[in-house]
Design a protein around this ligand. Structure first.
Ligand code: CP3
Length: 343
């Protein structure tokens, strides 16, 4: 049990003095110490060397003292382990030179032995747990199968992921076979992560909001549900679906411990849609960290009042942006820690 158990308490729905806080993508390009490491090692080297991944995980914790750490890695280590080449191009993002576009492509995709292919992640977890010294919990994560399919089929980032959607709608049988392979790999991967010490898992469905509610059920939720079923008795599961307010009601019934919310959904609406019982996480607009620190503090206190201090985890509504000033990130974290005394 970590010494600071605010995050685990909130996930269990217990009463807390103040809500816990962490930030999606908290280890990232807004931190000078992160940029210093990035200048020396390419992206997947940073993921693969346990000393680097654990050091990067600790950087935001040392600077700001969040209530949870998230392991430095990427959702795209899964397709890499499944025999799909993934590059991370500087100033471009993910690039997959041989995207899956047909049944033949799906046949090439393997469900690997994660204890071999992703052993480096397990070593990074062990190294991080040592540095954390049981002070705060460690979050492990994976992409939702739908979000992974988006990159595997599109071959790169996109605003619409039109090729990925086209593949699902024109060849659903092949798409479902691919989604199932990704799901089986992700379940084995997350189980191994928990076995190696992560305290909580989060599923990032960054592109779920591109689907209609019916298509979301068919191509995303069915697979996320399998992951929750397999993991929920081992560790608390958080589902974050960007733009997925329409699915909050189904997600709330999934067995997940908490649901992530983005900033386009009000606290009131999120509570209503999710049934009022489940823990919610979010939902500060990441661009709002560009506001002056005094205003950030006020907005964070208002946000906590709107969600309520219990069954609530303070976070951004998506990842932190690279252009956020350090003292603004500090103001966000400090505002939560001073709640409710300095309201
Ligand atoms: O929160 C953390 O600090 C942990 C680390 C983390 C990274 N990626 C490191 C990273 C996490 C949780 C992710 C998840 C991830 N990766 C998602 C889901 C969350 C989200 O933001 O929607 C997605 C869609 C990816 C895929 C990915 N990786 C993209 C699209 C990019 C390039 C664009 C970008 O935002 O930078 C990456 C690269 C990446 N992953 C970086 C970091 C810190 C930046 C590149 C670098 O450091 O060289």
């Amino acid at each position: 049990m970590p010494k600071n158990d605010l995050f685990l308490k909130a996930l269990r729905g217990e009463t807390v003095e103040r809500p816990p806080v962490w930030m999606m993508r908290q280890a990232g390009r807004y931190l000078p110490e992160f940029i210093a490491i990035r200048e020396k090692y390419d992206f997947f080297t940073r993921c693969r060397i346990a000393e680097l991944a654990s050091e990067i995980t600790m950087q935001p914790i040392r600077r700001y003292g969040m209530d949870a750490a998230i392991l430095f890695s990427d959702i795209l280590v899964i397709p890499q382990a499944m025999n799909i080449e993934v590059e991370m191009k500087p100033n471009f993002g993910p690039y997959l030179p041989n995207p899956v576009r047909d049944q033949k492509g799906v046949d090439r995709v393997v469900v690997p032995d994660v204890s071999i292919e992703l052993d480096y992640v397990m070593k990074a977890i062990q190294a991080t747990k040592e540095l954390l010294n049981d002070d705060i919990p460690l979050i492990g994560f994976a992409g939702s199968p739908w979000t992974i399919l988006c990159y595997v089929v599109q071959g790169q980032g996109s605003k619409t992921f039109d090729q990925a959607k086209g593949f699902c709608f024109s060849n659903p049988a092949a798409a479902h076979e691919l989604l199932q392979k990704i799901t089986d790999t992700t379940i084995a991967y997350l189980k191994a992560k928990v076995a190696h010490g992560v305290d909580v898992v989060q599923i990032f469905d960054s592109w779920g909001g591109l689907l209609s509610p019916e298509d979301y059920q068919e191509f995303s939720m069915n697979y996320t549900q399998q992951i929750v079923n397999a993991l929920k008795d081992m560790a608390p599961v958080i589902i974050f679906g960007k733009g997925c307010w329409f699915a909050l009601s189904d997600m709330a019934k999934s067995g997940a411990s908490a649901l992530g919310v983005d900033w386009t959904c009000s606290a009131r609406n999120a509570r209503y849609l999710s049934g009022g019982q489940i823990t919610l996480q979010g939902n500060f607009d990441p661009s709002r960290l560009l506001s002056p620190p005094k205003l950030i503090k006020k907005m964070v206190h208002n946000m906590i009042d709107a969600f309520g201090k219990d069954r609530y985890i303070v976070n951004l509504g998506h990842g932190i942006l690279p252009n956020i000033p350090l003292d603004h990130a500090q103001a966000f974290i400090d505002a939560v820690k001073s709640y409710p005394h300095e309201k």
